[in-house]
Design a protein around this ligand. Sequence first.
Ligand SMILES: *Cc1c(COP(=O)(O)O)cnc(C)c1O
Length: 385
Amino acid sequence: MQTYGRLPVRFVRGEGAWVEDDSGTRYLDGLSGIAVCGLGHAHPAVAAAVAEQARTLVHTSNLYHLPLQEKLAARLCEVSGMDRVFFCNSGAEANEAAIKLARLYGHNRGIDEPRILVLDNAFHGRTMATLTATGNRKAQQGFEPLLPGFTRVPFNDLPAIAAALAEDPSIVAVLLEPVQGEGGVRVPGKGYLDGVRLLCDQHACLMMCDEVQTGIGRTGRWFAFQHNSARPDVLTSAKGLGNGVPIGACLARGAAADTLQPGSHGSTFGGNPLASAAALAVLETLQRERLTERAEQLGRHLLDAFRQELADLPGVRDIRGRGLMLGIELDRPCGELVAEALADQLLINVTAGQTIRLLPPLILSDAEAEQLIRQMVRLVRRFLA
Ligand SMILES: *Cc1c(COP(=O)(O)O)cnc(C)c1O
């Protein structure tokens, strides 16, 4: 169906930070399939794991124990500090699991109509519950009735969260992205996540971090919450987890981890041997090649370079980001930059109308990073001239 306005290009193969179209033209990938291919394209470790698993066992359902899923769950818990994992196939599904978990958690505490606090400009997915949680009226338009049970407050506003929680004892959870992605690469102020944690503790609320975009090394930590001392009760992951093989995960710790019980949630495909093998290869490779550290160091370099080369332009409003999640906000809508970059053999994205979003692969080399800087600076300068 016509759910996407597609760019006029057909990619047929990729390698590392490059993709190639059907005429043999190569493009530098500054987007990684929207924060998915963190290890770049056709990574040998992921390719080998998928091929080997396809020859061994692809799927059995979740009616049986799955050793690879258990191994992946243990590894994810190790790097995140969580206790249990529910596996599914996408970011939206991971957030659906978190929303259902929060509601059940509320009901178990005698709250008949539990509510979840969400933020302006949030993005949590396109299913009915995650679309309701998403703070974008345009995405919701035409899909009413939305779900009940959500309260919305402004982003990066601790007093607003404090007031909402004080006023409404039926709020059982706060769902937020540590860095808003689709909402415009918005980084909250220092102390924000720790403040949310404190408020959640005071009001017996679950703190739920949507790390579908920010997780798996992207911001320079395994998960972006790890830049702070606060740890969420529930954590969702997807995008980068399988490097392009569909997989999602909802992680939880403490009482939250024991909320869902047999029969209360499920997924046919979730965490099957093929997807688990891919994700295990991703986590192993990230660790072995120290790509999380690389994302932090490279991200700082890109941020510095863009600030140095672009901050003097009056049309550049802000340059921000964390690790390899970067935003260049202009003072005007700049959607056409995506096509201009494509014509220049560079893949980028514009989100929230006027913010250029870069999500390059974590394996980007120094030379590729310099090329990305050069091309972006030229594009932005030309666009604003
Ligand atoms: C992409 C994204 C989602 C949705 O993931 P899908 O796999 O497209 O369902 C949810 N939350 C955040 C923060 C995202 O960036």
